[in-house]
Design a binder for this molecule. Structure first.
Ligand code: F6R
Length: 614
């Protein structure tokens, strides 16, 4: 969250920074700003709202070939011009953009105020600009680099920062500690960004910085070093991203585009990973030989938000297929509760962005205590992917919409592959393995079939849109589906959507059922179908409107007077894989409900993608 872009070269910096910020807007979008360094000094423009509002506020002439910019997701201080980045030193000669949180900001602000500095914002970031300027002026720092090192030496917390100084007009100095930052290498021009999507039109050659790295970026190249002044070796790598992948491609929203990409992207993800001969999955990236894989007595899955819910699905699959005890836990809780790390447990960190701070810190906690952790990650080269001992890349392609869809589907597929591989080194038979290999291979076609039914899901979503409050219910395999369905619905419609195990209804929540509170029930055609139909009738009998997401052969029966039952059908897969397909109607119901309500589907209020702060 929060996006940073920087440019130094021979082209006008402002348009490049603006375009980069537009691509990073999913990381935060409450205000934006830029600073451009030209012959006449530094010019700063900041604006509340979207990057397009910032662009509209730019003066006609904004010359300068060095610039930094920022799109903000507020942590310290409300969205307001004074809190938008860049933040400046008192004389305006130092400008800073920052992503992360400075933990000792209050103490530093008090110290600066006592020293006679007038603070112009409510942010933690502003202290950095003053500290850099003061280090340059008072402490005899000889270079901008020394001043930045001195300033960062006084702060605790997480950061990705980019610093511009009118006294060093040929460079941007950046630093990374706990928040992502990359450099882009061009032809006699260099870029800085929170992630590679910002640079897609300019370069595919990027340098991943590690925590603790600083870098000096000039038009002719870059140099990375530590706070102690030692050089580090960070060679460029090539990233595989195209402008088309980041365009709407005829869809009204990225969320819709990403939902529709799923058949092709799942097909791509499965390529080379299904082993027909042995009825298993090939997961070389795990870096685990069969003996090691067999040696794990437990699996623990760690992720946040929707990734955690898919982790619950994954844990169920692993127990089902491999009979290895497995559970999922919110990484945001796990990291704070001094967890017991067992040597024979396989820890799995699951994350689309690979940058979620809580998940990254959970990985570090496991590693610090000597545990083995693998990643299920989408963004290649991201922090979690790099810090894990191996993993499964999702290959879902870039996900721009804040509400995750295709990456979650890919996580479900990745857990099915992992469960299959684990199952086949335990007692899962060749016949069952082959059945699942065939089942996985049929997923793209089944998703395609579900998407062909979009209008029926859209109608159900639109019918639910007016409700202030909704239940999503499911049991066992259907419960993570219900949790994710509720999550998607609440994120983009702002309706209160709560997931419950259908088995738990009569232990409390049934009291809430009334005609104005609809329930979305997950009713797969499996060995629990009769019980799930029972739950549907329990709700309908209390005058509730039930939307049952079910399979073609399920007979839901008739509901009595007062109840309303809407049937939404998803294509049937192998029972273990049903949850992956059942999620598709829920994605589209949430999407169409939000569109009907006129909400900003891709950029829901208060949220941002890639939660790099704690
Ligand atoms: C929901 C959503 C979030 C993320 C969560 C983890 O639509 O997008 O709940 O799933 O913030 O993000 P990643 O997967 O990037 O670690």
């Amino acid at each position: 969250m929060c996006g940073i872009v920087g440019y130094v070269g021979s082209q006008p910096a402002a348009p490049i920074v603006i375009e980069g910020l537009q691509r990073l807007e999913y990381r935060g979008y409450d205000s934006a700003g830029l600073a451009v360094l030209g012959r006449s000094g530094i010019k700063v423009v900041r604006q509340v709202g979207r990057v397009r509002d910032l662009e509209a506020a730019l003066p006609k002439r904004l010359a300068g070939t060095v610039g930094i910019g920022h799109t903000r997701w507020a942590t310290h201080g409300v969205p307001a011009v004074r809190n938008a980045h860049p933040h400046a030193s008192a004389d305006g000669r130092v400008q800073v953009v920052h992503n992360g949180i400075i933990d000792n900001a209050a103490e530093l602000r008090a110290r600066l105020t006592a020293a006679g500095v007038d603070l112009a914002s409510d942010t933690d970031t502003e202290v950095l600009a003053h500290l850099v300027a003061r280090a340059a002026a008072d402490s005899g720092a000889e270079s901008l680099e020394d001043a930045v090192v001195s300033a960062l030496g006084q702060v605790t917390g997480t950061y990705a920062v980019a610093v511009l100084s009118a006294d060093h007009p040929d460079r941007i100095v950046v630093a990374r500690n706990g928040s992502p930052l990359i450099l882009g290498v061009g032809d006699r021009e260099m870029f800085v960004a929170s992630d590679a999507s910002a640079l897609v039109r300019h370069t595919s050659s990027v340098v991943h910085l590690d925590d603790g790295d600083l870098a000096t970026v000039t038009a002719t190249g870059y140099r990375t070093f530590t706070a102690a002044g030692e050089r580090t070796d960070r060679p460029p790598v090539t990233v595989d991203l195209t402008v088309e992948e980041l365009a709407l491609g005829g869809h009204d929203h990225f969320m819709h585009k990403e939902i529709h990409e799923q058949p092709a992207s799942v097909e791509r993800m499965l390529t080379g990973r299904l082993d027909d001969r042995f009825g298993t999955a090939r997961l070389d990236g795990l870096n685990l030989d069969p003996r090691e894989l067999r040696g794990f007595r437990r699996v623990k899955i760690l992720g946040c938000g929707s990734a955690y819910y898919v982790g619950e699905l994954g844990a169920g699959l692993i127990e089902d297929l491999a009979r290895v005890p497995a559970s999922a836990e919110a990484a945001s809780e796990f990291r704070y509760r001094n967890p017991v790390i067992e040597p024979d447990t396989l820890y799995v960190a699951v994350s689309q962005s690979g940058e979620t701070a809580d998940t990254l810190f959970a990985v570090r906690e496991v590693k610090r205590k000597g545990g083995r952790v693998v990643g299920v990650v989408n963004v290649v080269g991201s922090s979690i992917a790099r810090e894990c001992d191996g993993g499964i890349y999702l290959h879902a392609g870039p996900e721009v919409a804040v509400a995750s869809t295709k990456a979650l589907t890919h996580m479900g597929v990745a857990f099915a592959l992992l469960a299959l591989a684990l199952g086949r080194v335990h007692d899962l038979s060749h016949a069952d393995g082959s059945r699942l290999v065939a089942g996985l291979r049929s997923l793209p076609g089944l998703i395609e079939k579900a998407l062909a039914d979009e209008e029926s899901y859209a109608a159900a979503g639109r019918a639910l849109a007016p409700a202030e409050s909704l239940f999503f219910i499911g049991r066992v395999r259907g419960y993570p589906v219900a949790r994710e369905g509720a999550q998607k619905f609440k994120e983009i419609t702002y309706r209160h959507a709560e997931a419950y195990q259908s088995s738990e209804l009569k232990h409390g929540p049934l009291a809430l059922i009334n005609p104005s509170m609809p329930t979305v029930a997950i009713v797969p055609d499996d060995d629990l179908v009769a019980r799930n139909i029972g739950a549907v009738h329990e709700v309908a009998a209390r005058g509730g409107h039930v939307v049952a997401v079910t399979h073609p052969d399920v007979d839901l029966g008739e509901v009595g007077e007062g109840g309303i039952l809407t049937r939404v059908v998803a294509p049937k897969a192998e029972p273990e894989l049903d949850p992956i397909i059942l999620t598709i109607p829920l994605q589209l119901m949430a999407y169409h409900a939000a569109v009907a309500l006129g909400e900003d589907v891709d950029r829901p209020r208060n949220l941002a993608k890639s939660v790099t702060v704690e």
